[in-house]
Design a protein around this ligand. Structure first.
Ligand SMILES: Nc1ncnc2c1ncn2[C@@H]1O[C@H](COP(=O)(O)OP(=O)(O)OP(=O)(O)O)[C@@H](O)[C@H]1O
Ligand SMILES: [Mg+2]
Length: 263
């Protein structure tokens, strides 16, 4: 059984209606996406701006409902689950987004922020248990225990992304969906956060769906890569192979545009 299995995923958005008497026009953003990730595996999604990467992330996370196709996590079809079963399934899959500012509530302490998924998904846990699990996660992502009592603005961008990763890991998920997790960071800080991700993958047996417009980043952290163009996967394979000998003209163009120093 694959950890994540996406089949025939279709996502349409309604456009603003120009004629109040006609139905809203729709635009198709995902045209039947198939992907899968084994337990502990890593798949990168690359493609230019507007190709549908974030839409794919949101739909896989079941934050949006697709018009067609299925997302199976550990064999369970997420869109066929009741609300309570979906909540249980969510424990196994967490997200990390690009902007650690926007995704961390500035009014809350790091303790509260990192404990939030436990409070939401495992309400039966005690306060002490939560505090201990947060401390363990802060340590796992390389932050001092004292970070728990501080607020997001007291940290650098890289540290804030570590807090976001700690929050994603605190329910012990099997899969992390990361949408441009290092794109807002300086290159040197990017490398530290990417190393942390690689390390966590190895130590915790985590699987990653890793979205980035940066092929150099995807090359470092993923075993396989899928290339998205206008909502279709045009090429998929081992990352090293796809990036060194791209077959599809679109992938060839992306690789040609990649800065030399990062190759
Ligand atoms: N909520 C929405 N309503 C209408 N159209 C949307 C919505 N979200 C995304 N789109 C459209 O879907 C397409 C894909 O957008 P998406 O954000 O998934 O691309 P992306 O690959 O993540 O781009 P980027 O690299 O810039 O983040 C775009 O044309 C976008 O305008
Ligand atoms: Mg995006």
């Amino acid at each position: 059984m694959r950890l994540l299995e996406v089949a025939g995923l279709v996502r349409d958005y309604a456009l603003p209606r120009s004629n109040p008497f006609a139905g809203a026009p729709r635009v198709r953003v995902l045209h039947g996406i198939d992907l899968s990730i084994p337990v502990g595996g890593s798949l990168g999604i690359v493609g230019e701006s507007g190709s549908g990467k974030s839409t794919l992330a949101r739909t896989v996370l079941a934050l949006e409902r697709p018009q067609g196709g299925t997302v199976r996590l550990r064999g369970e079809d997420l869109f066929g689950l009741s609300r309570s079963k979906l909540r249980e399934a969510r424990r196994h899959m967490q997200a990390v987004f690009q902007d650690p500012y926007g995704s961390l509530d500035p009014r809350h302490t790091v303790l509260r922020i990192v404990a939030e998924p436990i409070a939401a998904l495992e309400p039966e846990t005690t306060k002490v248990e939560r505090r201990e699990r947060v401390a363990a996660m802060l340590e796992a992502v390389g932050l001092p225990a004292a970070a728990a009592q501080k607020y997001p603005h007291e940290f650098s961008g890289g540290q804030r992304q570590r807090i976001a990763i700690a929050r994603a890991l605190v329910t012990h998920p099997a899969l992390i969906v990361a949408d441009e997790p290092v794109s807002a960071l300086d290159v040197s800080v990017q490398a530290q956060v990417l190393n942390l991700m690689l390390d966590l993958r190895e130590r915790l047996g985590l699987a990653w769906l890793f979205i980035s417009h940066d092929l150099g980043v995807v090359r470092v952290v993923t075993e396989r890569v899928a290339v998205l163009q206008h909502g279709r996967v045009v090429e998929e394979g081992p990352t090293a192979e796809v990036l060194s000998a791209p077959r599809h003209p679109y992938t060839q163009a992306l690789v040609a545009a990649m800065p030399r120093v990062r190759r």
